[in-house]
Write a protein that binds this ligand. Structure first.
Ligand SMILES: [Zn+2]
Length: 463
């Protein structure tokens, strides 16, 4: 399989087409539909047994419009901004209000601003993340800040970009796929700093903020699913997945186009090897990845009766940096079995296994269902600086590295599907509950609003 993955392959052309010809693909948009149509064809070419799409409904359709911020008064300043994902539009005619700086947007920053926040546009500072942990905190911060702003009577939020100037990222205004509570836009760091300097004076600074995003009711999206059927136990399966959608500022090459192309090419490599594993392998490209993993959540729900037979979910969603191993989502109990089963992947660099439990990727709903999950651990490389920005383009992907990852993904999925024994059992609800507390996921889920869904049984295995 390694030779087939590293040799001549359709991988590069596939990614080039997805990134350059289809480009941005926000869940529910025409771009995302085009991408799933393309993925069906590409998987058919890969030679798998069966390919189909599975529709699901997302709470709202969303199309961003250009955002514009104008500082009024003596010092005129006109700034282009980028709408936060799933942000509501500004009301007809835009918003006019004083800009109030709340620092990093923590409780102290809001308390200090106090009553000045009523009817105001909040300016929130950010830190440029340099690690996966920093990126996770960036994802987590939004919900709490928006809630504070709303509670204090603010009418809009301007975020300082958390990417080096002049780059601007699309951060998410919501973590549940619903339209967010306040109009939110991101402005380049330099612009945000200029606005902050103006507001530091004694006279209030007024601004006009306009962003006519289009919002609709629920819309359909679709996951793309292919299968290589196992020879002994076809109803048992390993899932190899990545997300097909992107935030649409750039071409979503690193996040997560390269890994969507990887999943397709891993299917080709396994099929071409002519060997059939004991259990099945499903290759799944999720949409809704950027909207609180709506696609994988829908998949777990639609397939709930099959999950006892699901051996593992293997997810790639960390760009193109060197693969170092897998995060096992807090499952100490599977560590030895995974290490043994994945010996063949060691020469490709995947030798380290970590027990952290990442929140923001498509393994999450499988973890909540008690299914063992493996999320590829990779070096940050050029991921963060380009993530969710206009610079996430094809040229950022190192194809030779991606080919090595195809080999690793193919061998990983095959090894887990073919191992004599499963790497671990499906956990009970009680065991998952303990894992959520032990790994710190409970705290993060509370911060991001998904804990209630777990507690009510709406999400995760039923009691
Ligand atoms: Zn992603």
């Amino acid at each position: 399989m390694t030779r087939s993955a590293l040799g001549p392959s359709p991988l590069e052309e596939n990614l080039r087409y997805l990134a350059n010809s289809i480009g941005g693909r926000i869940t529910g948009s025409m771009g995302a539909d085009k991408a799933s149509g393309w993925a069906v064809e590409a998987l058919r070419h890969a030679g798998v047994d069966e390919v189909h799409t599975e529709k699901f409904t997302i709470p709202a359709g969303w199309t961003p419009a250009p955002a514009h911020v104008e500082i009024l008064g003596q010092t005129k300043l006109s700034v282009e901004a980028v709408s936060a994902g799933w942000s509501p539009p500004t009301p007809e005619g835009g918003i006019t209000g004083n800009v109030v700086d709340v620092g990093l947007g923590d409780a102290a920053g809001f308390a200090k601003a106090g009553s000045a926040l009523r009817g105001a546009i909040v300016l929130v500072h950010t830190v440029i993340p340099s690690s996966w942990e920093g990126l996770r905190r960036e994802g987590e911060a939004g919900a709490a800040v928006a809630k504070r702003a709303q509670n204090m009577g603010a009418v809009g939020i301007l975020w300082m970009a958390a990417r080096p100037d002049p780059s601007v990222e699309r951060r998410s205004a919501t973590l549940d796929g619903q339209i967010g509570v306040l109009p939110q836009a991101v402005v380049a760091r330099g612009d945000a700093e200029r606005i902050a300097r103006l507001t530091a004076g004694t006279t209030p600074v007024k601004a006009h903020f306009e962003m006519p995003n289009q919002v609709t009711g629920p819309v359909e999206s679709e996951n793309v699913v292919a299968e290589i059927r196992g020879r002994e136990n076809p109803s048992r399966f390993v899932l190899l997945g990545a997300h097909l959608d992107s935030w649409g500022l750039g071409d979503g090459a690193l996040d997560d186009g390269c890994n969507a192309a990887l999943v397709i090419d891993a299917a080709r490599v396994i099929h071409a090897s002519g060997t059939i594993p004991r259990r099945s392998i499903r290759f799944v490209l999720f949409t809704g990845g950027e909207q609180d993993m709506l696609g994988s959540r829908a998949y777990a729900k639609a397939h709930s009766v099959e999950l006892d037979g699901m051996v593992a979910a293997v997810i790639f969603d960390r760009g193109n940096g060197r693969l170092t191993g897998y995060s096992l989502g807090g499952r100490k109990d599977i560590l030895d079995a995974v290490r043994t089963a994945l010996e063949p992947v060691q020469p490709l660099g995947a030798k380290g296994f970590t027990l952290d439990a990442p929140l923001f990727t498509d393994n999450f709903d499988f973890l909540l269902e008690g299914v063992p999950t493996l999320v590829a651990n990779q070096d940050v490389a050029s991921f963060i600086v380009n993530d969710h920005t206009a610079s996430d383009t094809f040229d950022k992907v190192d194809i030779a590295e991606l080919k090595r990852h195809v080999a690793a993904a193919a061998i990983t999925a095959y090894a887990l599907a073919d191992a004599k024994m499963r790497i671990g059992p499906r956990q009970s609800r009680g065991e998952v509950d303990r894992l959520l507390r032990d790994t710190g996921l409970e705290r993060e889920m509370k911060a991001t609003g998904s804990w209630a869904e777990w507690e009510s049984g709406e999400r995760g295995s039923a009691p």
